[in-house]
Design a protein around this ligand. Structure first.
Ligand code: ZN
Length: 200
């Protein structure tokens, strides 16, 4: 069971706990096909968390405009401060695949030793909001953010502009519009370096 049925409720914007603006609290069954797949993939990814210190598992699933989905989980470290969030890893995976037009990201988090902890919706931390905002500014778009509890019975549909309004980013530095041409220069340089290596 995924916590649906008797307890299932749909909270619309403005209701207590639903947040502000266009944010909506939903149940897993309220989501359409692509978003439902996204939250499912985030939930499944949480099983791959390395979280021996916080005992808090996070799974993230990121969808780009190509329709591809990249999933990741949190990665902790004995050296405090080195832990990497699931959302940051998913962003890195998408960028590494050369597919950084981020359209939506789902986040599932829960304390895995605590049965009660899975009922609370988890949202990206401040650092991850900043990372997502940068991806959004690069393509002059917004990113849909689906914040979920552990069993997907409670999902808050939001956007990065709502979670981090007036975000500082590449547009402030005039870099958002320059990046495509800079990236072309980077690709050309790497091609040159590969050719140099192949001629040796
Ligand atoms: Zn984070």
């Amino acid at each position: 069971m995924r916590g649906i049925g008797k307890e299932r409720r749909v909270h619309l914007a403005g209701e207590k706990g639903a947040g502000d603006g266009a944010r909506k609290r939903l149940d897993w069954t309220d989501l359409g096909g692509p978003d439902r797949e996204l939250v499912e993939r985030a939930q499944e990814a949480s099983a791959r968390a390395y979280a021996p210190y916080s005992l808090f598992a996070v799974g993230a699933a990121l969808r780009t405009n190509s329709g591809k989905i990249y999933t990741a989980a949190n990665l902790e470290n004995a050296s405090s401060g080195l832990s990497i969030c699931a959302e940051a890893s998913a962003l890195t995976l998408a960028n590494a695949a050369g597919d950084f037009d981020v359209e939506a990201i789902a986040v599932v988090g829960f304390a895995f030793k605590d049965r009660v902890g899975a009922s609370r919706v988890v949202a990206p931390c401040g650092s991850c909001r900043q990372l997502i905002a940068e991806a959004a500014q690069l393509i002059n778009s917004d990113v849909r953010v689906l914040c979920c509890n552990g069993d997907l019975s409670s999902i808050v549909a939001s956007s990065i502009s709502e979670l981090l309004p007036e975000a500082f980013g590449p547009q402030n530095l005039g870099r958002a519009q320059h990046w495509p041409s800079l990236r072309e220069k980077l690709h050309a340089r790497v091609k040159q370096l590969i050719e140099i290596r192949q001629k040796r």
